[in-house]
Design a protein around this ligand. Structure first.
Ligand SMILES: *Cc1c(COP(=O)(O)O)cnc(C)c1O
Length: 256
């Protein structure tokens, strides 16, 4: 169905039972709690998404066993295979699409994911609206912001954000739940603090500007930012969702 994904070997990857997964998760949990405490926030204000991309389903079972209920994937095909295999026996799990989404693949995932983090164009938004309408569902989305204006990244530029929010806001089958950002790769997470802070300001701005459309904007309450290298700083700056892969599942080996 998706030719570019033929080489994907994650399903076949040897099922390694890693005694370290629980240990890793405990340590991530402790760090989340500490960051919440430092910034005067409650632990339940932050949702941890375990980013399982490239990892075998056996590890998703393991993560489930130790309490994880939110899983993040980057690719449509991989998300579908994992979700179809796993969710038949574990209904209450939520799947998050984090990676770039092509319009022709929207129809495959629209009723499988609980949140699409990577909406960055009107065209994609309209496609989601159309497919959601066909299925008679509401689709929760985040708008991805290319906060550091990096050439290599997807997402809207800061100046494009408000126009896009306004264009998508009134589509009846879409709920704009908030914003997402992938901060630059840095060795010292403090270097990303200013980007996280700017994201939080944009987030608050949008909420303030749209108080007149109260019904829709009370749903605008998710700020998805922070990964293994910088999630603590992101939480201190207001993240409500952090996406942690390596910190939970270990390093990824890409087979290309
Ligand atoms: C891979 C990925 C993550 C997790 O990255 P880690 O550094 O392994 O925690 C988070 N968000 C997105 C969008 C990703 O693609």
């Amino acid at each position: 169905m998706f030719s570019e994904d033929k080489e994907n070997k994650y399903i076949a990857e040897e099922a390694i039972n890693s005694p370290s997964l629980k240990y890793n998760l405990d340590s991530v949990e402790q760090r989340i709690s500490a960051a919440c405490k430092r910034s005067g926030r409650k632990r339940n204000e932050v949702t941890l998404i375990a980013v399982s991309k490239t990892k075998p389903i056996s590890m998703i079972y393991e993560a489930y066993e130790v309490g994880i209920r939110h899983f993040g994937e980057n690719k449509v095909q991989e998300l579908l295979e994992k979700c179809n295999t796993f969710s038949s026996s574990h209904g209450e799990v939520e799947w998050h699409l984090l990676g770039h989404l092509q319009r022709n693949k929207v129809k495959y995932i629209i009723d499988k994911v609980s949140l699409i983090h990577s909406v960055d164009s009107l065209r994609l938004g309209l496609q989601i609206e159309e497919e959601a309408a066909k299925k008679g569902i509401q689709c929760d989305i985040l708008i991805e912001v290319n906060i550091a204006a990096e050439e290599t990244k997807y997402g809207v530029r800061v100046e494009e954000l408000l126009p896009l929010v306004n264009q998508l806001a009134d589509l009846p089958h879409i709920n704009i739940r908030g914003l997402m950002a992938i901060a630059p790769y840095v060795t010292n997470p403090e270097q990303n603090r200013m980007y996280f802070r700017e994201m939080r300001e944009l987030f608050i701005d949008i909420r303030a500007k749209n108080i007149d459309n109260e019904v829709k904007y009370k749903l605008f309450n998710i700020l998805s930012m922070g990964m293994t290298g910088d999630f603590e700083v992101a939480i201190e700056e207001g993240a409500t969702m952090v996406r942690v892969g390596t910190g939970i599942f270990g390093e990824r080996s890409y087979i290309v």
